[in-house]
Design a binder for this molecule. Structure first.
Ligand SMILES: Nc1ncnc2c1ncn2[C@@H]1O[C@H](COP(=O)(O)OP(=O)(O)O)[C@@H](O)[C@H]1O
Ligand SMILES: CC(=O)N[C@@H](CCC(=O)OP(=O)(O)O)C(=O)O
Length: 303
């Protein structure tokens, strides 16, 4: 169980509080009116206190003139529901193989209960959040994800069928712009329609990267359950170039759920997003520390 986050006033004296607020001013000015996309991973969600602390941070961003867009995951929450209803699930290349029965549960959890829980946390903190998924306003259209792997015996490249797993093909930002510019915080679940009118499960990291690119975001933040990208010895890598990140994926240091995250970071940088950071969402106020102080944590990926 995570410790209840202490309020700043409980841990620092008045002078220090004033200094911290003052330090935040240039950052607040720099981000005013800018879009910041925050990917809120299922592993970063933790308990109710942490969820409310996250919502409070994002409400504060909005209040200070930033236009935050939240894209959430929910891998562990989907896993728990699939287990409850007796559906087996497996991942290939960091993506959930999604058959017809699985996509029904994925949509129910992501665009249903989980999305509404996050929206409720925001609204309880005085923000006005609105829950959406890729289907709303025709925001995200996807194509079926294609992956291959080399058979070790025959050395032949084989196609992996992931079922209803999609990758963003086109983004219509009309609704997002309307929502974000009107003071609301969009909270988006990564499910979307394909041209075959079927519902597809989209990795939340990939989805967040596509939204950040389409919205010309200033920053893309990934909140997860590790301090950032770790090296072979488990030590945090503070900064990575695209070339170094690719080498770490090739030698297997970066694996599992970190693969789509790092791949998305690279694509977002290529699309012109200015800064991409992977941070530990379980650290209370990780979002504020990253955006409004000099104490940036986690791994910054640069071109
Ligand atoms: N080099 C690495 N550094 C950090 N985490 C890694 C690395 N390689 C694999 N991982 C795994 O990636 C996980 C984060 O991805 P994921 O489970 O998809 O989280 P989220 O639900 O936040 O998107 C970590 O918990 C860790 O197990
Ligand atoms: C295709 C695919 O793998 N989709 C993910 C969607 C949720 C997600 O990405 O959640 P996290 O960010 O918490 O990992 C899944 O089914 O788990």
């Amino acid at each position: 169980m995570s410790e209840k986050p202490k309020s700043a006033s409980a841990v620092v004296d008045g002078d220090l509080q004033a200094a911290l607020l003052s330090e935040a001013l240039p950052f607040m000015q720099a981000y005013e009116g800018k879009t910041v996309v925050i990917k809120y991973g299922g592993h970063a969600m933790g308990d109710q206190d942490l969820g409310r602390a996250f919502a409070r941070d994002v409400a504060l961003l909005r209040q200070s003139g930033v236009e935050p867009i939240v894209v959430h995951g929910g891998g562990p929450q989907i896993g728990a529901m699939l287990e409850k209803v007796g559906i087996k699930s497996e991942f290939k290349n960091g993506l959930r193989v999604t058959d017809k029965a699985t996509i029904e549960v994925v949509e129910m959890v992501l665009a249903g209960s989980l999305n509404k829980r996050i929206v409720a946390d925001f609204n309880a903190e005085g923000a006005k959040a609105i829950g959406l998924c890729g289907k709303d306003g025709n925001m995200v259209r996807v194509v079926k994800a294609k992956r291959t792997q080399r058979d070790p015996d025959s050395n032949i490249e084989q196609i992996i069928d992931l079922g209803f797993v999609g990758e963003p093909k086109s983004i219509d930002i009309t609704v997002l712009e309307m929502v974000a510019h009107s003071g609301l915080i969009p909270v988006i679940a990564p499910v979307a329609l394909g041209d075959d009118n079927e519902t597809y499960n989209v990795n939340a990291d990939t989805f967040a990267g596509a939204i950040a690119g389409a919205m010309d975001a200033q920053r893309l933040l990934f909140l997860t359950d590790v301090p950032g990208v770790l090296d072979k010895d488990g030590k945090l890598i503070a900064q990575l170039t695209v070339k170094e990140a690719k080498a770490l994926m090739d030698d297997g240091t970066i694996s599992g759920g970190m693969i789509p995250k790092v791949q998305t970071c690279i694509e977002a940088l290529n699309k012109g997003v200015e800064g991409v950071v992977i941070v530990n969402g379980k650290v209370p106020h990780a979002v504020l520390l990253e955006l409004f102080t000099n104490h940036g944590a986690g791994t910054l990926i640069v071109r």
